[in-house]
Design a protein around this ligand. Structure first.
Ligand code: F6R
Length: 363
């Protein structure tokens, strides 16, 4: 049942405020001021976290690396499951391995988990299907509570993965004493406000669809982002290529001048994801480099960012304000809608893109 939407993907994008709200409530203590895990888990006694996943779940891990490192001062390694498992890396003592998977059945991720069994101190997983193989073979499986995801392109599972991973990073920060109780309560209150903020973002669908109609004419699109927006740029590019079949790639903004700038001309739109934060000035100077070469920029920012760049962008999509730590959850929405409306404009099969399966249980 598509609940009145044209596609499951549209329904699942629209469901995000609700399912994220549920995930937040699930991991919140009764007083709302701390994170509660289903079972005790000690982040204070470990030296390293190794996160492994595929595709969109891998981008959720890349995002979480920033959170665990910055909030909890915990060094994090992130790897693609199919690389990790065959490289057979050494697992240092006091390492916890964390696997992220919507289906819980992805063959490469499961093989990577089995490789870590007996080598890592503990095996954690963040999954959508609690009875899946990955959940069953973990010491502690944390459900993301996104509900069934039908669209092949992952949307609500991604933002619920982010939500649970951020709460896990806050738990780690509490146990490692890297954030005060007040700082944690403050982040949790920002998390509780996410559903309302996402509803405001969803109201920008008209402006996003207008940008998407422009993108649908292109054969290549470049996504740029810095810091927390870099993994999201990767996710935006993956979403676009999966369902619209437009070639898209993403770079960390700072890498632009190390190669990809050679591609810039008026035929290749550049999607820049940049909330008005400490890194905004740097990203705007990358945007100016694109504009100076005739490139067309779709800028996804907030009101403060939009005010600063006035109307130099081809199209600006304005997101509501949010705590900087939460920008990946919020900016996922325009990234998803941009891909969705581009695919709709091109008339592709949004929910069942060619050559793709929902769960990749073959290697
Ligand atoms: C992209 C997408 C895939 C999956 C990947 C991992 O939209 O859905 O990249 O994220 O195949 O799948 P899970 O999370 O089930 O392990």
């Amino acid at each position: 049942d598509k609940g009145g939407h044209k596609h499951f993907m549209a329904k699942e994008i629209a469901e995000q405020p609700m399912v994220i709200g549920e995930a937040v409530r699930h991991y919140l203590s009764a007083d709302g001021n701390s994170v509660e895990l289903p079972e005790d888990f000690d982040f204070a006694g470990i030296d390293r976290l190794t996160m492994v996943a595929c595709g969109t779940a891998f981008y959720a891990c890349l995002t979480a690396k920033y959170w665990f490192e910055q909030l909890a001062q915990l060094p994090v390694e992130v790897d693609i499951a199919s690389e990790f498992r065959y490289r057979e890396p050494p697992i240092a003592p006091r390492t916890v391995a964390l696997f992220v998977s919507q289906s819980g059945e992805t063959a490469d991720t499961l093989a990577a988990l089995r490789y870590c069994d007996g080598k890592a101190d503990k095996i954690l997983s963040v999954v959508n299907v609690p009875e899946s193989s990955i959940a069953r073979e973990s010491d502690l499986a944390l459900p993301i509570l996104a509900g069934v995801e039908v669209g092949v392109a992952s949307t609500k599972a991604f933002t619920c993965q982010l939500t649970v991973l951020l709460m896990l990073a806050l738990k780690a920060a509490e146990q490692r004493g890297t954030l005060t109780a007040d700082e944690i309560a403050d982040k949790l209150s920002a998390l509780r406000a996410v559903p309302a903020t996402l509803n405001t973002a969803l109201e920008q669908e008209g402006a996003i669809a207008a940008a998407a109609r422009k993108l649908s004419e292109a054969s290549d699109v470049l996504f740029l982002g810095r810091g927390l927006m870099y993994p999201l740029a990767l996710e935006g590019a993956l979403k676009l290529k999966e369902i619209s079949y437009i070639h898209a790639e993403a770079y960390a903004s700072g890498e632009l001048k190390h190669g990809p700038i050679a591609l810039i001309d008026k035929t290749m739109p550049v999607v820049v994801m940049a909330p008005y934060d400490a890194l905004y000035g740097k990203t705007v100077s990358n945007m100016q480099e694109v504009l100076a070469r005739g490139g067309k920029v779709v800028l996804i920012t907030d009101a403060a960012g939009a005010a600063e760049t006035e109307d130099s962008a081809w199209q600006t999509i304005v997101m509501p304000e949010i705590d900087p730590v939460l920008t990946p959850v919020l900016y996922a929405v325009p990234a998803q809608l941009l891909a969705y409306h581009t695919a709709v404009a091109k008339g592709t099969d949004v929910d069942q893109p060619r050559n793709l399966a929902k769960s990749v249980t073959v290697e």
